[in-house]
Design a protein around this ligand. Sequence first.
Ligand code: FAD
Length: 61
Amino acid sequence: MSKSDAIIVGAGPSGLYLARELSKVMNVTIFEEDRMLGIPPHCTGLVNLSSLKVLAYRPPS
Ligand SMILES: Cc1cc2nc3c(=O)[nH]c(=O)nc-3n(C[C@H](O)[C@H](O)[C@H](O)COP(=O)(O)OP(=O)(O)OC[C@H]3O[C@@H](n4cnc5c(N)ncnc54)[C@H](O)[C@@H]3O)c2cc1C
Protein backbone atom coordinates (compact mmCIF):
# COMPACT_ATOMS: atom_id res chain seq x y z
CA MET A 1 0.00 0.00 0.00
CA SER A 2 1.28 3.45 -0.88
CA LYS A 3 1.64 6.24 1.66
CA SER A 4 -1.61 8.03 2.55
CA ASP A 5 -1.88 11.76 3.09
CA ALA A 6 -5.39 11.42 4.51
CA ILE A 7 -7.38 8.63 6.17
CA ILE A 8 -11.19 8.64 6.12
CA VAL A 9 -13.18 6.39 8.44
CA GLY A 10 -16.53 5.39 6.94
CA ALA A 11 -17.52 4.93 3.31
CA GLY A 12 -20.96 6.50 3.52
CA PRO A 13 -22.00 9.35 1.24
CA SER A 14 -19.99 11.89 3.27
CA GLY A 15 -16.81 9.82 3.35
CA LEU A 16 -17.01 8.88 -0.32
CA TYR A 17 -17.59 12.46 -1.42
CA LEU A 18 -14.72 13.71 0.73
CA ALA A 19 -12.48 10.95 -0.62
CA ARG A 20 -13.33 11.84 -4.20
CA GLU A 21 -12.49 15.50 -3.67
CA LEU A 22 -9.31 14.92 -1.63
CA SER A 23 -8.04 12.29 -4.05
CA LYS A 24 -7.67 15.01 -6.67
CA VAL A 25 -4.76 16.46 -4.71
CA MET A 26 -3.50 13.73 -2.37
CA ASN A 27 -3.41 10.00 -1.64
CA VAL A 28 -6.46 8.91 0.36
CA THR A 29 -7.29 5.69 2.20
CA ILE A 30 -10.83 4.83 3.36
CA PHE A 31 -11.58 2.39 6.18
CA GLU A 32 -15.08 0.87 6.17
CA GLU A 33 -16.23 -1.57 8.85
CA ASP A 34 -18.81 -3.31 6.64
CA ARG A 35 -17.81 -5.70 3.85
CA MET A 36 -19.98 -4.04 1.17
CA LEU A 37 -20.85 -0.38 0.62
CA GLY A 38 -24.50 0.37 1.36
CA ILE A 39 -25.09 -2.95 3.13
CA PRO A 40 -26.71 -2.95 5.60
CA PRO A 41 -28.80 -0.04 4.25
CA HIS A 42 -28.77 3.11 6.37
CA CYS A 43 -31.68 4.55 4.47
CA THR A 44 -35.32 3.46 4.45
CA GLY A 45 -35.97 5.00 1.06
CA LEU A 46 -38.92 6.94 2.49
CA VAL A 47 -37.69 10.12 0.87
CA ASN A 48 -37.33 9.20 -2.78
CA LEU A 49 -38.74 10.16 -6.18
CA SER A 50 -42.05 8.38 -5.48
CA SER A 51 -42.64 10.28 -2.25
CA LEU A 52 -41.81 13.54 -4.01
CA LYS A 53 -44.56 12.78 -6.57
CA VAL A 54 -47.05 12.30 -3.70
CA LEU A 55 -46.07 15.76 -2.51
CA ALA A 56 -46.65 17.07 -6.06
CA TYR A 57 -43.05 18.21 -6.27
CA ARG A 58 -41.89 19.05 -9.77
CA PRO A 59 -38.14 19.21 -10.37
CA PRO A 60 -36.96 22.33 -12.18
CA SER A 61 -36.79 21.81 -15.93
C1 FAD B 1 -33.33 4.89 9.82
C2 FAD B 1 -32.82 5.90 8.77
C3 FAD B 1 -33.63 6.18 7.68
C4 FAD B 1 -33.19 7.09 6.69
N1 FAD B 1 -33.99 7.31 5.61
C5 FAD B 1 -33.60 8.16 4.64
C6 FAD B 1 -34.41 8.35 3.47
O1 FAD B 1 -35.48 7.78 3.32
N2 FAD B 1 -33.96 9.20 2.52
C7 FAD B 1 -32.76 9.86 2.64
O2 FAD B 1 -32.42 10.61 1.73
N3 FAD B 1 -31.97 9.69 3.74
C8 FAD B 1 -32.36 8.86 4.73
N4 FAD B 1 -31.58 8.68 5.85
C9 FAD B 1 -30.38 9.49 5.99
C10 FAD B 1 -29.18 8.93 5.24
O3 FAD B 1 -29.04 7.54 5.50
C11 FAD B 1 -27.99 9.72 5.80
O4 FAD B 1 -28.21 11.11 5.57
C12 FAD B 1 -26.67 9.33 5.16
O5 FAD B 1 -26.48 7.93 5.16
C13 FAD B 1 -25.54 10.01 5.94
O6 FAD B 1 -24.33 9.71 5.28
P1 FAD B 1 -22.96 9.72 6.09
O7 FAD B 1 -21.89 9.42 5.10
O8 FAD B 1 -22.83 10.97 6.88
O9 FAD B 1 -23.09 8.58 7.19
P2 FAD B 1 -23.38 7.01 6.98
O10 FAD B 1 -24.19 6.74 5.76
O11 FAD B 1 -23.91 6.56 8.31
O12 FAD B 1 -21.93 6.39 6.73
C14 FAD B 1 -21.01 6.15 7.77
C15 FAD B 1 -20.16 4.93 7.38
O13 FAD B 1 -19.11 4.80 8.33
C16 FAD B 1 -18.96 3.43 8.68
N5 FAD B 1 -18.34 3.40 10.01
C17 FAD B 1 -18.84 3.88 11.15
N6 FAD B 1 -17.98 3.72 12.17
C18 FAD B 1 -16.88 3.11 11.62
C19 FAD B 1 -15.63 2.68 12.16
N7 FAD B 1 -15.31 2.84 13.47
N8 FAD B 1 -14.73 2.09 11.33
C20 FAD B 1 -15.02 1.91 10.01
N9 FAD B 1 -16.19 2.32 9.44
C21 FAD B 1 -17.10 2.90 10.24
C22 FAD B 1 -20.38 2.87 8.63
O14 FAD B 1 -20.38 1.48 8.43
C23 FAD B 1 -20.96 3.61 7.40
O15 FAD B 1 -20.75 2.92 6.19
C24 FAD B 1 -31.96 7.77 6.83
C25 FAD B 1 -31.15 7.48 7.96
C26 FAD B 1 -31.58 6.56 8.93
C27 FAD B 1 -30.70 6.25 10.14
